[in-house]
Design a protein around this ligand. Structure first.
Ligand SMILES: NC(=O)c1ccc[n+]([C@@H]2O[C@H](COP(=O)([O-])OP(=O)(O)OC[C@H]3O[C@@H](n4cnc5c(N)ncnc54)[C@H](O)[C@@H]3O)[C@@H](O)[C@H]2O)c1
Length: 441
């Protein structure tokens, strides 16, 4: 099939390369000319395991092309997929400006039968608006008679950054929302070669499935974080509690890791957008307001602990390990690492930061007065405290003996319980995780 993918971010590029690797002809379009130039030269502009090798392969096979010019590739497209960003507005709703602009552009150029597919995460009702915009554009361009040949399908994406390419090839399910059965079958056919159940449903249900899935995962995280806070007060260890409840098949072990809370490009914005959607429909989604509040409070609690334990940070050298919102990505959107680093800097800390992949992205948002180091150990050298905010496996490989020698102070505040099993208090550190008790205990 001929697929045009609009938007070459984490989702658009990964899935575009994925569909090309299934044998489809893919044309990727983006408004960012610099990104397209890099991709055209075979270079993935962000860090996502597996995507670079797969891109090289499909490019060699001539299965994928990159352009900023939609007009040059839209002719002959069976499917036009929209994977542009839908970030939060200041009030928490999804910003649909990029999506609608892409839809209008498609409408102004489309002159043949095609299925429009929305891959971006969008509030319920959006797909119908996208279809309207495409058809309106076609009518304005003098092709009103062709509008009935255009259909819309909602195809929400569930990949996780860090394992996105693997997730593309091994999805838990493919959700296809459509009014038109043939359009739904066309999109189902696009996925031939992937072994996953298809949930074929109404547009509105597909749109809601995506938000409901993310909201439920975020709820699990906020839930275990509340248990962690309570565990500290009653002398329990949240890791054991999580294991004890996660072994229950009705609950499952995933998303029960206590820490400094969720971040990233999806959970914060999607939970907030679902809560807003409830409000707009006259329904107060009480549970989600608490999920958001607990998540925000988790960072406050963590930061306050640092200030209280150290007696302030002004003028004191503090190291931060981990700026990406999770390991195996360079994405820092809504990351706890960047947030806590900004708070430390605002409180006058002399800050040194390190992340294996997210340094370039972080340089754009953190002050020039922060020291960006080339190794984890360099950041920790001379530090009074070390704050761990992303569970990168390589952080476990450092020599803790050398770390103890290089640090001036002994405090490690671990927002991910990454070192919780490493008996660091026996190695001379005052180690504090989340839900584990204080370093004195
Ligand atoms: N990142 C994830 O883990 C993830 C997972 C599931 C779903 N999603 C959803 O997928 C969508 C895309 O997310 P992302 O993380 O890939 O975003 P992103 O910000 O990484 O990429 C979006 C891309 O769209 C491009 N773009 C914007 N307007 C355009 C236009 N008119 N024409 C062509 N290109 C345009 C931007 O230049 C950018 O390259 C969002 O709705 C997001 O919620 C993301």
């Amino acid at each position: 099939m001929n697929l045009v993918m609009i938007g070459t971010g984490y989702v658009g590029l990964t899935t575009g390369v994925g569909f090309a690797s299934l044998g489809h002809n893919v044309a990727c379009v983006d408004v960012n000319a610099e990104k397209i130039a890099q991709l055209d030269m075979g270079k993935v502009p962000f860090y996502e395991p597996g995507v670079q090798d797969a891109l090289t392969m499909v490019q060699e096979q001539g299965k994928i092309v990159f352009t900023t010019d939609l007009k040059s590739v839209i002719g002959g497209a069976d499917i036009i997929m929209l994977a542009v960003g839908t970030p939060s507005t200041r009030t928490g709703e999804a910003n649909l400006e990029y999506l609608f602009s892409a839809a209008e552009q498609v409408g102004s150029l489309l002159d043949h039968e095609a299925v429009i597919v929305t891959k971006s995460t969008v509030p319920v009702g959006t797909n119908r608006l996208v279809l309207e915009k495409v058809r309106k554009g076609m009518s304005e361009a003098g092709r009103a008679e062709l509008t009935s040949l255009i259909n819309i399908v909602s195809l929400p994406e569930f990949l996780r950054e860090g394992t996105a390419f693997e997730d593309f090839h091994n999805p838990d399910r493919v959700v296809i929302g459509a009014d038109d059965e043939i359009a739904a079958q066309t999109v189902a056919k696009l996925h031939e070669g992937l072994d996953a159940p298809h949930v074929i449903t109404k547009l509105e249900s597909a749109e809601l499935i995506k938000y409901a899935a993310n909201a439920l995962l975020a709820t699990k995280i906020s839930f275990i974080n509340e248990i962690a806070n309570l565990a500290e007060r009653v002398g329990a260890d949240v890791r054991d509690v999580a294991e004890g409840i996660g072994l229950d098949k009705r609950i499952g072990p995933h998303f029960l890791r206590a820490g400094v809370g969720y971040g990233g490009s999806c959970f914060p914005k999607d939970v907030s957008a679902l809560a807003q959607l409830g409000g707009a429909k006259g329904y107060t989604f009480k549970l989600l307001s608490s999920v958001i509040e607990v998540n925000n409070r988790q960072r406050e609690i963590f930061f306050k602990r640092i200030l209280d334990e150290l007696g302030g940070v002004k003028g004191r050298r503090i190291a931060v390990w981990g700026l990406a919102f999770k390991p195996d990505t360079d994405d820092i959107r809504e990351s706890a690492g960047v947030d806590i680093a900004q708070r430390l800097h605002a409180h006058g800390a002399d800050l040194a930061v390190y992340d294996p992949q997210a340094m370039n992205n972080t340089r754009r948002v953190l002050s020039d007065h922060v020291e960006f180091t080339t190794t984890a150990m360099d950041a920790a050298r001379g530090a009074e405290a070390l704050i761990v905010l992303t569970e990168w496996p390589e952080f476990k490989e450092v020599s803790f003996e050398m770390l103890r020698e290089n640090m001036v102070g002994q405090h490690i505040f671990d927002g991910r319980n990454h070192f919780a099993d490493m008996d660091l208090h026996k190695r001379g550190f005052c180690y504090q995780g989340v839900g584990l008790g204080t370093c004195a205990s």
